[in-house]
Design a protein around this ligand. Sequence first.
Ligand SMILES: NC(=O)c1ccc[n+]([C@@H]2O[C@H](COP(=O)([O-])OP(=O)(O)OC[C@H]3O[C@@H](n4cnc5c(N)ncnc54)[C@H](OP(=O)(O)O)[C@@H]3O)[C@@H](O)[C@H]2O)c1
Length: 328
Amino acid sequence: MVVGEVIPLVFSFYKGSEFYKAIALEGTLGCTSIHVIKIYYQQKNLMYGGFVMIKNLQDTTTLLNGVNMPGFGLGVWQVKEGNEVVNSVKYAIKAGYKSIDTAAAYKNEAGVGQAIKETGVPREELFITTKVWNADQGYESTLTAFEQSTKKLGVDYVDLYLIHWPVAGKYKDTWKALEKLYKDGKVRAIGVSNFHQHHLEDLLADAEITPMVNQIELHPLLTQVELREFCKSIGMKVEAWSPLGSGKILDNPVIKEVAEKYNKTVAQVILRWDIQHDIITIPKSTKENRIIENADVFDFELSAEDMAKIDGLNKNERTGPDPDNFNF
Ligand SMILES: NC(=O)c1ccc[n+]([C@@H]2O[C@H](COP(=O)([O-])OP(=O)(O)OC[C@H]3O[C@@H](n4cnc5c(N)ncnc54)[C@H](OP(=O)(O)O)[C@@H]3O)[C@@H](O)[C@H]2O)c1
């Protein structure tokens, strides 16, 4: 860090008996001290280890830069371009979803954009995430890829732009491009995906802006406790990809037993577990009934004992590749 540099700061405090989280985004580094330029603060009215738990499908979580991101959204990986993705996004928006997670690599950004347009929901009510693909990483190529994504989506800005995977030797230049897009007002928030702690530490050594989100594979068989703790320590939100283990963990007997107790489905219990852990979640489905079912998770609360039971299922078992060892 150098003198005069703008640095993000996160801290919490009590005022009387009320808990607040203060996010001082615009601090500058002096010779011997940090000057706080601006403080955003928010009262914590529902505590789950120091965060406000979302209470409905439209509810948001506050990112490091003060931007509010819905805590629940629809993922569209492996959803076919054309009718399939258009319909999925329309079902979701009709059901009250505000957040859609796509990527250049999913090759369905145009369909996502078409659905947004056809629903007629004002752009500012939605939260659109897309990602720069590995082959496009690097400074100039990322800027070009971003333009292509916005064109396909038919939007003037993206709410959250992510580096899809930590491509060795490239992700720092890619991050510089994301910082430029952020400073130019073309994205409301920037973040990464599939970054281990060592990738984040390496990135932070040179980054001007701390990534606001890390989207990682996360579900009851891969709970990522240490990485979640690290992200939390630097004010970064964790977002779960494949929260349902791509559908492969829906027959888990322990979660089935918990689900029966609450008269909910296994998918609903897993998604509720995300919410109670302050994990942003983006389950994918192409079926209207499941899109509705997945979001019906705001009328029950898992007990501490049941949360611990699900926490205990961790086997560090991935459905996708380890970010230290991918070849695409
Ligand atoms: N950053 C990354 O590298 C990365 C990687 C993977 C995924 N993601 C993001 O994360 C999102 C979610 O992950 P994912 O798509 O792998 O899988 P997921 O959300 O864990 O699971 C989706 C699978 O479960 C099924 N399903 C959904 N809801 C269900 C329900 N209520 N009951 C029974 N089955 C249900 C779906 O089938 P139907 O569609 O037939 O309902 C689909 O096969 C992706 O769409 C994408 O946006 C990001």
